[in-house]
Design a protein around this ligand. Structure first.
Ligand code: PLP
Length: 365
């Protein structure tokens, strides 16, 4: 028998979340962001749930080829654009749209030989200071692109650093508006948090929204709001089984470093899931798990291949019983990935992206 751990990608939940984001930004077209192998879900496994999007946005040419191989003929956007001049050949061949975030990428376009002018998204650095042209250089870059025969339509974009937090989008939005004022072209500024929080505002939602994390059933502003608040559903379940049951006496400890010690006799279970499966090693004692669909907690340090769970509240649990690390239990109970991430001091993004290749995964409802 194979090791009992496995992941399920919930096609129906992806579809639901996509519709939910559409409703949050009525009339805008929607990029499904599938970078990082669809946030760890697997592009091929997620595709059926995401094909209702208006386009797919990603980073790697190889990911674009995989989306085309699935039969997608609509828009695909390279979010970081070309990494070297050669990448533009692939853009021409596969009909990819691409971000232009620096002057060098404009130089490359100017030297690129193509029959097919490229659709580009000119990115403004509105304050995050990662990618994008400085506001003072934005119009000149726009004019350079406009003059190139290699360039078709130019769209305008930026990315918010604080759409999910207290600082919000106001300052960056003002920079974007000022820098793009009067320029023709479609606009795209909203990630998940901005789509959910500001998508009702026609100016902010613009022509294209770019939600990633919310499509994958994680709340961008957890713990302020959980997925239930945003009416989102878990799209990934990581489940395993109990492969051992132990009884601890008072004073017995569990796992490497003996970081948990029992104060009184207790039953514990060992689940076949560890950090080599993508479960966060830093998840401390008390991180939530579901055993037979009932809430329980982890105990002690997470090992490479195993972790311990407290069976005090689930006395019926025995060998072979179900442990849900995140997502949906067999009885329908949900453990949002955000709760596990929060307990481990990280975010849902990191956990889903880190799902290990050794975990068998399949698409399901
Ligand atoms: C990853 C990414 C997004 C999606 O962000 P989420 O927080 O996951 O919604 C949007 N736009 C760009 C440019 C990105 O790189």
């Amino acid at each position: 028998m194979p090791r009992p751990i496995h992941a399920t990608i919930h096609t129906g939940a992806l579809r639901h979340n996509l519709e939910r984001l559409r409703a949050a930004a009525p009339g805008a077209r929607l990029w499904a962001i599938v970078k990082a192998n669809a946030y760890g879900h697997g592009i091929e496994r997620a595709y059926e749930g995401l094909r209702g999007a208006d386009g797919f946005a990603l980073l790697d040419a190889s990911e674009a080829e995989r989306v085309r191989a699935l039969g997608w003929r609509g828009p695909i956007l390279l979010l970081e654009g070309a990494f070297e001049p050669r990448d533009l050949e692939l853009c021409s061949r596969l009909g990819l749209w691409h971000v232009v975030h620096c002057d060098e990428q404009i130089d490359w376009l100017g030297r690129h030989k193509t029959q097919q002018p490229h659709r580009v998204f000119l990115k403004l650095n509105s304050g995050m200071n990662r990618l994008g042209l400085a506001p003072a250089r934005y119009r000149a870059a726009y004019a350079r692109l406009q003059a190139l025969p290699q360039v078709d339509e130019i769209s305008l974009m930026t990315h918010f650093s604080d759409a999910d937090g207290d600082k919000g989008i106001a300052a960056q939005w003002a920079v974007f508006q000022h820098a793009t004022d009067g320029l023709p072209g479609e606009r795209s500024v909203c990630n998940s948090a901005a789509t959910l929080r500001h998508g009702h505002d026609a100016a902010v939602r613009g022509d294209w929204v770019r939600p990633g994390i919310a499509v994958y059933g994680s709340s961008p502003d957890f713990p302020v709001h959980d997925i239930a608040h945003w009416d989102l559903r878990p799209t990934m379940t990581l489940a395993s089984k109990l492969i051992a049951i132990n009884t601890l006496r008072a004073g017995d400890s569990v796992g490497y470093g003996s970081t948990f010690t029992a104060r009184e006799p207790m039953r514990i279970g060992i689940a076949a899931c560890g950090y080599a499966d993508g479960y966060p090693r830093h998840a401390p004692t008390g991180t939530p798990v579901l055993v037979d669909g009932a809430r329980a907690r982890t105990l002690g340090r997470v090992s490479m291949d195993m972790l311990a769970v407290d069976l005090t509240g689930v006395p019926q649990a025995c060998l072979g019983h179900e442990v849900t690390l995140w997502g949906l239990a067999g009885n329908g109970a949900a453990l949002p990935i955000d709760e596990v991430a929060h307990s481990a001091g990280t975010v849902g993004y990191e956990l889903m992206c880190a799902l290990a290749p050794r975990v068998p995964a399949e698409a399901g409802e």
